[in-house]
Design a protein around this ligand. Structure first.
Ligand code: SF4
Length: 506
């Protein structure tokens, strides 16, 4: 089994950097469905370009390389304790190589372990089977989409849909509610794994298991096959669209499993995955550990690029912003404007926002740009830093802090994804600032919009949470919340809720 370790490293690297063919096909279908000149079409062009850049250069598709979940099947008598140690070492090695972002933090202190290892990380499930070879499957699922998971206890009264009973129609309502509720926060278009039944714990486990199915398979249970097709069709009439920008494609897959339940319980558990649906697998020779075949992809078939033309192309209507930005410029922007940002931006996620709510910033933020981003950053031989993956993180987590930070320190623009809520919207209007939605998961694309790293503050929070001083060049984003009290997110949530209400009766 001397090759087991390197085989698992290869699986991790490939999963993080090369989207499987079934997901690529679904995303190509989405690109064909949306008007290329629309917000949805532009978002998908950036995503398509990002997918190609990631596989061409073996870079992380998204900077959030997620919670690694392994499903391992072994012959009877195999040494699972040894394999577990090897898998953990492979995770640490892939992190060292920059293919995984250090993502495992102490839940109480927030301290990052630095190597993706710690209690509960990675998740490894073993099962014995009667075959002689070993199967290892891996899912990398990020935090933004994980936060959109949902569990419903039926019967339940659902906003806009009314009562969901303990019937397949009630299950349908719960699933549609979850897709609607995710809006763009989980980087739509997404795919969902669903479990009907089980208990609270086994329901979520089975829902995640469903994400190991191929997007193009057909459920062997005809009732569930029909429900899956119905959900896929119906969810795509809600108008949530890519990134929650509005559009025809909100969902690229729906996979449903069933578990028996206690008579007193009826749970519907939903695991929401984003477009960066990273899932691959291998079979290994049980005497050498060498890879004998790949699952979900045929290595003899060359990867078909997502883009058969240039990716994101400028229309000439984009507005150039140069940071620091003055108030008059910011107040002239309106929802729907596409901007190209150049100049200094500072990254800030949860730890930075919490810190700034109680302490003065380590840099002058007047006229500045805060980027909700936890980048993957590598050190060159000469000691300088460079960013290898840098897409936006979900902004709503900073809602309790953002308006105060904007007002107190004179911030003029916040870049993130998924939008923010009423307190921030009021703060933008009061202080003269805008919220700019970048394309979630487009980590390779945006890394190329960062000319250099000029410094870093607050390194005690760990690499993803530190405040990186970035020099941007023509970084594209869309104004989705302006200084006049307008919010694209609020408007689209309202419109899609009206469509959801119309679906209450099939
Ligand atoms: S694509 Fe979006 S939701 Fe998915 S892992 Fe990346 S940031 Fe998170």
């Amino acid at each position: 089994m001397q090759q087991f370790f390197e085989s698992v490293v290869t699986l991790i690297v490939r999963t993080s950097t090369d989207l499987p063919p079934d997901v690529r096909a679904a995303m190509k279908h989405a690109m064909a469905a949306e008007d290329g000149a629309s917000r949805a079409g532009q978002a998908l062009a950036i995503i398509g370009q990002n997918i190609d850049q990631a596989s061409d250069l073996e870079g992380a598709i998204c900077q959030d390389t997620g919670m690694p979940t392994f499903e391992v099947k072994t012959p009877v008598g195999a040494d699972q304790i040894w394999m577990k140690k090897q898998i953990k070492e492979a995770i640490a090695e892939a992190t060292r190589r920059g293919k995984l972002r250090p993502n495992s933090v102490d839940s109480i202190t927030g301290e990052n372990s630095g190597n993706n290892l710690g209690p509960g990380t990675p998740v490894i499930h073993f099962e014995q089977w009667e075959r002689d070879d070993i199967e290892v499957k891996l899912l990398l699922k990020g935090g933004g989409c994980e936060n959109m998971n949902a569990q419903y206890s039926l019967p339940s009264e659902l906003a806009h849909l009314g009562r969901a009973d303990r019937t397949l129609d009630g299950v349908r309502k719960a699933i549609l509610h979850a897709v609607w509720n995710a809006q763009g926060k989980g980087c739509a278009p997404g795919a969902i794994g669903v479990c009907i039944g089980g208990d609270r714990t086994s329901g979520y486990v089975e829902a995640k298991q469903q994400l190991f199915r191929s997007l193009d398979d057909i459920n062997p249970d005809p009732r569930l096959a029909e429900l899956e097709a119905d959900i896929l069709r119906t969810a795509n009439t809600l108008g949530v669209g890519p990134m929650g920008f509005g559009g025809k494609v909100s969902l690229i897959g729906c996979k449903i499993g069933v578990q028996n339940r206690l008579p007193a319980s009826f749970f519907v558990s939903i695991a929401y995955d984003c477009w960066a649906y990273r899932r691959l697998g291998v079979t290994l020779d049980s005497s050498t550990g060498a890879i004998t075949s790949w699952l979900y992809r045929d290595p003899s078939v060359a990867t078909i690029p997502m883009m058969d033309q240039a990716g994101f192309t400028r229309t000439g209507r984009e507005i150039r912003l140069e940071a620091p930005i003055d108030e008059a410029t910011v107040r002239s922007l309106k929802v729907g404007d596409v901007v190209l940002i150049s100049g200094r931006a500072y990254t800030g996620r949860d730890a930075v926002h919490h810190h700034l709510s109680e302490h003065a910033p380590p840099v002058d933020l007047r006229g500045g740009v805060i980027y909700h981003c936890g980048p993957v950053v590598a050190k060159r031989a000469d000691g300088s830093w460079h960013v290898t993956a840098a897409g936006p993180t979900t902004s709503i987590r900073e809602e309790p802090y953002q308006a105060d930070i904007i007002g107190r320190y004179g911030v003029r623009a916040v870049i993130g994804k998924g939008g923010m809520a009423g307190k921030t919207l009021a703060g933008l209007k009061q202080h003269g600032a805008v919220y700019l939605n970048a394309i979630g998961g487009a980590a390779q694309f945006y890394a190329r919009c960062i000319e250099r790293v000029d410094g870093v503050s607050l390194t005690e929070f760990g690499t993803p949470e530190a405040m990186w001083h970035l020099q941007l060049k023509d970084f594209p984003a869309i104004v989705t919340m302006d200084a006049h009290g307008n919010s694209l997110h609020k408007d689209l949530e309202q419109e899609s809720s009206e469509k959801l209400a119309q679906l209450a009766v099939k």
